[in-house]
Design a protein. Structure first.
Length: 472
């Protein structure tokens, strides 16, 4: 692949550029022709400000059509796009500014000026496939955030693979309810749509009413697991309402097997779960045609090598990956870059997993989340899956907390289903026949909700900190 990212996407634009690319909740349509013209105009405006290929541009805005146009303007002109979570505070932003040294910081006011100001002429430059397209900062749950550098090749290769594997065509309409400062919403969702000439309903955020209303006229939904659990809580989610849909994709956080099974019972569709990360884009996916296994993230995507390093007796080990989608390293952090790659150029994901006999990957958790209790390894995902299968349990997070006898004790934090009751003794008793004693939680805490980040991932670091004295 020698084409730039924008050229790769544009190759999939429809011949009729009046075809819709985005439709907002009010029914206002932005065509492919408008995307081309407006992104060229904004690229010209950025060039008039003095920005050139290779310059970094930090962007902290909400989700809007103008924000997407700014992204397209950046990638077609070679400006390195650096999106930031709109929830970041001033002190957090100061860190990113110091680290990335941007030529321009774009907030809401600046975006409005760029969109409304004079649009200069613009000719797309020739961009090398290995030139930098974006820097995405990791969530920084341990230490300062690191900037994963993603090249034109990284993003274009992943886009082409996903469009093919998930069978996107110009007839598709995606319900886009994800934020666009993150891989899932910015790269996976928008690239699949634009690179296939499809269209998307551009929702500002998750809205169960809007999504349910849109299902009959749409074909694809991409979401995080909380999308699906919240939709399942609605009585108007039916197989009839979802009859026109062809694909439901879940990612960014683990999808429980129970949610997977309940979704199929209610809608007739099996959710397609996939696996990826900021540094790599998508790595594996359950098949479009074939067995979508609840709890698994499927085989490796074409062109991606995944291996399990130093597996234990059950085949569980560290997940390492290599492919055209994998980052070249971290921005201005050669030490962390060196630590993250093996001698033969495999990226160390920090996740633990195993392959089954058919080549499906099963993730058992983050290496940092592994619990060692009394000298035995406890994989939180296994305990979580067992508890989630219990009647009345909506979701659960399992972490280790300091224990005076065992080093770490297993703690389960459980959220009951609406209208259900749950108590510690009943849950512990229900696990006696399904989990070995060392895996069973020594404490079960009942909560109304789990702490989550903006992409729906449970913040286990927050739970571990809260539970430091639970065995005191």
């Amino acid at each position: 692949m020698q084409r730039s990212l924008f050229a790769t996407l544009a190759q999939g634009f429809p011949a009729d550029l009046s075809a819709p690319a985005l439709v907002d909740p009010n029914g206002t349509t932005t065509s492919y022709g408008e995307l081309l013209a407006r992104s060229a105009g904004m690229a010209g405006a950025l060039a008039a400000r003095g920005l050139k290929s290779g310059d970094r541009m930090l962007v902290q805005t909400g989700k809007s059509v103008e924000a997407l146009i700014l992204y397209l303007a950046a990638i077609r002109s070679g400006i390195v796009y650096v999106p930031l979570n709109p929830g970041y505070t001033r002190s957090e932003i100061d860190y990113f500014v110091a680290d990335a040294e941007p030529a321009l910081f774009v907030g809401e006011a600046e975006l409005a000026r760029l969109a409304a100001g004079p649009q200069a002429a613009f000719d797309d430059p020739a961009l090398g496939a290995d030139s930098l397209a974006a820097i995405l900062y990791t969530s920084g749950t341990t230490g300062r955030s690191k900037g994963a550098m993603l090249s034109q090749r990284n993003l274009a290769a992943n886009a082409e693979t996903l469009i093919g594997e998930w069978r996107f065509t110009a007839t598709d309409r995606l319900i886009h309810a994800l934020p666009i400062f993150h891989v899932h919403g910015l790269f996976v969702a928008t690239h699949c749509v634009l690179g296939s000439g499809a269209s998307m309903l551009w929702l500002p955020s998750f809205d169960a009413d809007a999504i349910l209303a849109a299902l009959p006229g749409s074909s694809v939904l991409m979401g995080v697991p909380t999308f699906y659990t919240r939709l399942l809580a609605r009585s108007d989610l039916t197989a009839e309402r979802a009859a026109n849909m062809r694909l439901f994709v879940s990612g960014s956080a683990p999808l429980s097997a129970e949610t997977h099974r309940e979704w199929e019972e209610r809608t007739g569709h099996r959710i397609l779960e996939r696996y990826g990360m900021t540094e790599t884009g998508m790595l594996s996916s359950n098949p479009y045609q074939g067995d979508r296994r609840a709890g698994s993230v499927g085989p490796a995507l074409p062109g991606v090598d995944i291996r399990i390093a130093e597996p234990d007796g059950g085949g569980v080990g560290s997940i390492e990956v290599r492919g055209p989608n994998v980052t070249g390293g971290y921005w201005r952090n050669p030490q962390k870059t060196g630590e993250s790659f093996t001698a033969d150029d495999f990226f160390q994901t920090g996740d633990l997993g195993r392959f089954d006999e058919e080549g499906y990957l099963w993730i058992v958790g983050r290496a940092k989340d592994l619990i060692i209790s009394g000298g035995f390894n406890v994989y939180p995902a296994e305990v979580e899956a067992t508890i989630e299968a219990l009647e009345g349990v909506a979701e659960v997070a399992v972490v280790g907390a300091p224990h005076p006898d065992f080093g770490e004790g297993v703690v389960a934090v459980v959220v009951p289903r609406a209208g259900a009751t749950a108590n510690e003794e009943a849950i512990v008793a229900a696990l006696r026949d399904s989990l070995a004693a060392y895996k069973r939680p020594k404490r079960v805490l009942i909560r109304e909700a789990l702490p989550r980040n903006a992409m729906g991932k449970v913040e286990k670091a927050v739970l571990r900190q809260e539970l430091v004295g639970v065995f005191a």
